[in-house]
Write a protein that binds this ligand. Structure first.
Ligand code: ZN
Length: 402
């Protein structure tokens, strides 16, 4: 079975995850794809493949050259919560001609707007019919891993010990939560998830959230002189002390920000919620400190001490840990070069499951998949790039056992 067929099979499973669910995985339908993948692995001869109670699929392929090295490949089975992943009707385009792609519902996928299409000429692409997402995030990753394993077994290419894992619930931030670290005994691993295939991503944000609760004092506005404390006005004052340029809309690459993503309130009580993000650990600490300093300053200025700031750390930048295992970055770089792909490294302006896995002991940079425009109906997968990525991983394995 070719990678295209595999991919089409996987996207037909509705595996959308769900926030605020009480089940594990968050939607039990994710296990349908899990079972399908276990059976497919078994049909390739990997009898140890299994899915655990939490909905994680695992398998191990021992080295065929007696290598002590052990490398992991990880992809996630769920799809984003924003757009439905049910009844996906994949459209296959052979030999893409570089023109606008008009989807069955008349939405237009144009290379003028989506530049990645310009490097897809003569490639095989898969799009949606314009009514659902495609699920290339991350079924492209699953297809790449499955095709890699099949080709390695069929052709007996030299490889290290390989562990694979397909995880549920990545899109709701829980992909690493029930990961079986005792089972997955690797020197390092890769999440195969994301866009450009020339990108090796290992730098993500340090992240925290801050809740700012402000207590005011309400009284009839006609009698308010020297008495009223308007918590909404204090909220505006608080925000004014933050650097106005440090917002998501004003920053890029390695620049950090404060993101006011929620505010509600009246005269008596106002609550603000911020995301704090920075790649640099020291600047990140300074950002948190600034919020605490504003709290202190305003509580001195207003005797009722109206401000309460609570900061909670979310995740950390994996870069410093990944750099302790430089081989994890050099391997894909070398393999890409052999496949005429010039490797790039761009900072991730978010978090990844890989970052959480890294902090739990599995060094885990991310490699791309050749699937694009995630989380929307204009999603598409570049099958030709996915095939290239299979070659890259096979090469990585070969180099690793030399
Ligand atoms: Zn993903």
């Amino acid at each position: 079975m070719k990678i295209l067929e595999k991919f089409i099979n996987y996207v037909k499973f509705d595996t959308q995850s769900e926030e605020n669910s009480t089940t594990q995985p968050s939607t039990l339908k994710q296990k349908d794809l899990g079972n399908f993948l276990v059976n497919e692995l078994k049909s390739m001869g990997i009898t140890n493949a299994f899915m655990d109670n939490d909905g994680y699929v695992y398998a191990n392929i021992p080295s065929n050259v007696g290598s002590p090295k052990s490398i992991g490949l990880i992809a996630h089975m769920d799809t984003a919560t924003e757009v439905t992943g049910a009844n996906v009707k994949p459209m296959i385009i052979d030999n893409y001609n570089g023109q606008d792609i008009i989807l069955p519902n008349n939405l237009i996928l144009s290379p003028n707007q989506y530049e990645t299409l310009n490097k897809a000429i003569n490639h095989t692409l898969v799009t949606t019919d314009g009514t659902t997402l495609l699920g290339g995030d991350d079924k492209a990753g699953i297809a790449i891993i499955m095709e890699t394993i099949e080709q390695i077994l069929t052709n007996n290419y030299p490889h290290p010990n390989i562990y694979i894992a397909f995880t549920p619930d990545e899109e709701i931030g829980e992909g690493a939560t029930y990961f079986n670290y005792d089972y997955f005994k690797v020197d390092f691993a890769y999440t195969i998830d994301g866009a450009e295939i020339d990108t090796i991503a290992y730098e993500n944000f340090n992240a925290a959230s801050a809740t700012v609760e402000i207590t005011g004092y309400n009284i009839h506005p006609g009698d308010a002189k020297n008495k009223m404390i308007n918590s909404s006005l204090l909220a505006m004052e608080f925000n004014n002390y933050l650097p106005s340029s440090a917002t998501p809309a004003n920053t890029e690459l390695y620049e950090g920000f404060y993101h006011l993503n929620e505010i509600s309130g009246d005269v008596s009580n106002t609550k603000m919620h911020y995301l704090i993000r920075n790649h640099d650990a020291i600047e990140f600490e300074n950002q948190k400190q600034l919020m605490k300093s504003i709290e202190e300053f305003m509580n001195k200025k207003y005797p009722s001490k109206p401000i309460k700031v609570t900061i909670t750390d979310s995740y950390q930048n994996m870069a410093s840990l990944v750099l302790t295992k430089p081989e994890s970055l050099e391997l894909p770089k070398k393999a890409m070069k052999m496949e005429n792909i010039e490797a790039h490294s761009t900072p991730i302006r978010g978090g990844t499951d890989g970052a959480r896995l890294t902090y739990e002991g599995i060094i885990c940079p991310n490699l791309g998949t050749g699937s694009y425009n995630h989380h929307g109906v204009l999603e598409y997968a570049d099958i030709t790039e996915m095939e290239q990525m299979v070659k890259v991983i096979i090469k990585m394995f070969e180099i690793s056992v030399k």
